[in-house]
Write a protein that binds this ligand. Structure first.
Ligand code: NAD
Length: 308
C-alpha cells in the first residue's frame, strides 16, 4: 500500500516530500537526520567500549566504525585487544583496562580525552558470567560473588563515574551499559550474574536522574542469549563433548521469535541507536533485545489425563 501511495505521489509531490516517502517505504530509518539517511550516524564521535575485544563489544565497535566513529577498545585481554583493534582498521585502537580497577577506568577515559579532546560515547559493556556451579544459593561462595559484582556492577559504576566526569562539563554525551534478560527475569543464569544484571537498569535510572539535568544521556541494553565466547563457554559446561558450533546452535534455538535468533549485530544496532542523536530524547531506558522472551510466560496447564 505504501508503495502504491509512493507511486501516486511521484506524479504530484515535490521532490523533497517524495524522497521522505521513499525512505519511509524502504524502511531505511528515514527519521530526518542526515546521518541516519547516509548510514553514517556517528561521524565525528569518539566512543570508548569496555569489553570491546570480543563478542557484543567487538560487534558494536565494528558498527560504530561503519557509522563514522573513532572507537577505543578498553579490555582486560591485552593479547586479543590489540589484534581486534588492528582488524577493525585505523579508526580503532586498544587501551588495556580492567574495569574492576577504578584507576584503570579513569586512565582509559583520560587517555581518550588527551588524544581526542573529548569522549562522546561510553559503552560499559565488559562483563563475566562467574561460576556456574554451585547452583544453590545455600552454597554460594561470597568471594566469587564479589568478583562478579566487582566487574559487572562496580566496573559499570566506575565507567559511568569517569564518563560523567568528562561529559558533565560540556553538557553532552551518551553512556550505555549492557544488562541482560537475566536482569529482568530470574532463573536464567547463576545467582551472582542475575543479581549483577538486575543492578544495571537500576543504576542507569539512578544516574539518569542526575545526568539528564546536565544534557548527558544514559541507557542500557538487555540482550537475550547470543553465542559469544562468554555464553558458549558457559553453556558448554552442561554439554561436555559438543563442538562450539553445536553449543552455538543450542543457544540460537533458545528464543521465542519465529524465524530469527538474537545476534551480536542486533545489540550493536541497538547501541548505535542509543548512542546516536536519533535517541536524543531517550534516557534512563532499558532497551530489551530479546524477541519477546521476557514479555510472557505460559501457564503450565495439566493435560487432560493428568487431571484427577
Ligand atoms: N552473550 C550473551 O548471551 C549475553 C547476553 C546478555 C548480556 N550479555 C552481556 O554482554 C556483555 C558482553 O558479553 P559477551 O557475550 O560479548 O562476552 P565476551 O566474553 O565475548 O566478551 C566480553 C569481553 O569483556 C572482557 N572483560 C572481561 N572482564 C573484564 C574486565 N574486568 N575488564 C575489562 N574487560 C573485561 C573480555 O576480555 C572480553 O573481551 C557482558 O556484560 C554480558 O554479561 C551477554
Amino acid at each position: 500500500m505504501l508503495r502504491s501511495l509512493a507511486r501516486g505521489l511521484q506524479l504530484v509531490a515535490p521532490v523533497a516530500f517524495r524522497k521522505r516517502v521513499a525512505s519511509f517505504s524502504t524502511g531505511d530509518g528515514g527519521g530526518g537526520a542526515g546521518g541516519a539517511a547516509s548510514g553514517r550516524r556517528l561521524v565525528g564521535k569518539v566512543a570508548l567500549i569496555t569489553g570491546g575485544a570480543s563478542g557484543l563489544g567487538k560487534a558494536t565497535a565494528h558498527e560504530f566504525i561503519q557509522n563514522g566513529a573513532q572507537v577505543i577498545i578498553a579490555d582486560i585481554d591485552s593479547e586479543l585487544g590489540p589484534q581486534v583493534a588492528q582488524s577493525l582498521g585505523p579508526s580503532a585502537y586498544f587501551v588495556p583496562c580492567d574495569v574492576a580497577d577504578e584507576a584503570q577506568v579513569a586512565d582509559a577515559v583520560d587517555a581518550v580525552v588527551t588524544r581526542h579532546g573529548k569522549l562522546d560515547i561510553m559503552y560499559n559493556n565488559a562483563g563475566v558470567t562467574g561460576p556456574v556451579y554451585p547452583p544453590s544459593i545455600s552454597d554460594l561462595d561470597l568471594d566469587k560473588f564479589d568478583e562478579v559484582m566487582r566487574i559487572n556492577v562496580r566496573g559499570v559504576v566506575a565507567g559511568i563515574k569517569h564518563a560523567a566526569r568528562v561529559m558533565l562539563p560540556i553538557a553532552s554525551g551518551s553512556i550505555l551499559c549492557t544488562s541482560s534478560i537475566s536482569g529482568i527475569m530470574a532463573g536464567l543464569g547463576p545467582h551472582p550474574y542475575t543479581i549483577s544484571k538486575f543492578a544495571i537498569p537500576g543504576l542507569v535510572k539512578s544516574a539518569a536522574a542526575e545526568l539528564c539535568r546536565h544534557g548527558v544521556r544514559i541507557n542500557c541494553i538487555s540482550p537475550a542469549p547470543i553465542p559469544t565466547p562468554m555464553s558458549v563457554s558457559q553453556i558448554a559446561q552442561f554439554y561436555p563433548g559438543l563442538t562450539r558450533e553445536q553449543v552455538a546452535g543450542i543457544i540460537n534455538r533458545l528464543g521465542e521469535l519465529k524465524g530469527a535468533h538474537c545476534e551480536d549485530a542486533d545489540v550493536a544496532k541497538a547501541a548505535l541507536y542509543l548512542a546516536s542523536d536519533e535517541a536524543k530524547y531517550v534516557t534512563g531506558h532499558n532497551l530489551v533485545v530479546d524477541g519477546g522472551f521476557t514479555c510472557f510466560k505460559n501457564l503450565s496447564f495439566p493435560s487432560q489425563d493428568q487431571v484427577v
